[in-house]
Design a protein around this ligand. Structure first.
Ligand code: AP5
Ligand code: MG
Length: 219
């Protein structure tokens, strides 16, 4: 199964991608996570991406398309994958179409997660992750069962993203509306788009996505 989770920053793409990944045993391909790993490793790509990411802009199509091409070629993507945060421009969407058709593959689902701007800012401002395993949390909406301890790995160190601040969020949202929201029309015109209410609770969103993946229901 090959799918795209499409939605603005903070919509819950990463949260839901992890659920789908565990349930269907397919990898989550988050270009944001891959770029953050490149920044951490101090690679050439990381150095080029860092300044753009810190400001909330979009890294060049050339860089992210290259990253995705390499990643999709890996063995664990043979049975499918979840694209989380890619494509993000019409150029990236066209490159993905070409890449998949050159491999005689196609997308099974494109799921748009709809969340209003005010909620996005609240979600981003309260987000943090386990520094050890990357499990995501939220100050209000997704707390660990035992305060200060990761539910998944027992880790006690947590991290916040440097781009999760009020100023950068605005730039990220603008980048979404300008560059990424046209993809809604792009996939709608291809008859592949399904839209879900991303404002619902995490578990209810997971259920709605699952309904689409198993062909049970959806709008
Ligand atoms: P990226 O890492 O992809 O960030 P993003 O798109 O801004 O999205 P987020 O990760 O912020 O949000 P999310 O939808 O994953 O939400 P989450 O599940 O964490 O990209 C970062 C940067 O890298 C970009 O700005 C750009 O510079 C660069 N980049 C990446 N890909 C690129 C590309 N293709 N092209 C060019 N540049 C690229 O949830 C958020 C919070 O809300 C969490 O705390 C969670 O617990 C909580 N939450 C989730 N769902 C719910 C819910 N239903 N109810 C209540 N709380 C919820
Ligand atoms: Mg994410």
């Amino acid at each position: 199964m090959k799918l795209i989770l499409l939605g603005p920053p903070g919509a819950g793409k990463g949260t839901q991608a992890k659920e789908i990944s565990a349930k269907y045993s397919i990898p989550q391909l988050s270009t944001g996570d891959m770029l953050r790993a490149a920044v951490k490793a101090g690679s050439d790509v990381g150095k080029r991406a860092k300044a753009v990411m810190d400001k909330g802009g979009l890294v060049s199509d050339e860089i992210v398309i290259g990253i995705i091409e390499d990643r999709i070629a890996q063995k664990d993507c043979a049975t499918g994958f979840i694209l989380d945060g890619f494509p993000r421009t019409l150029g990236q969407a066209a490159a993905l179409d070409n890449l998949l058709s050159s491999k005689k593959l196609s997308l099974d689902h494109v799921i748009e997660m709809r969340v209003n701007d005010e909620e996005l800012v609240t979600r981003i401002a309260g987000r943090y992750t386990c520094a050890k395993c990357g499990q995501g949390y939220h100050d209000k909406f997704q707390k660990p069962v035992k305060a200060g301890t990761c539910d998944k790995c027992g880790g006690t160190e947590f991290a916040r993203r440097p781009d999760d601040n009020a100023e950068t969020v605005k730039t990220r949202l603008m980048a979404y509306y300008r560059e990424t929201s046209p993809l809604i029309g792009y996939y709608f015109a291809k008859n592949s788009l399904r839209s879900i209410d991303g404002m619902a609770e995490i578990g209810a969103v997971t259920k709605a996505i699952d309904g689409i993946l198993t062909g049970k229901k959806g709008k």
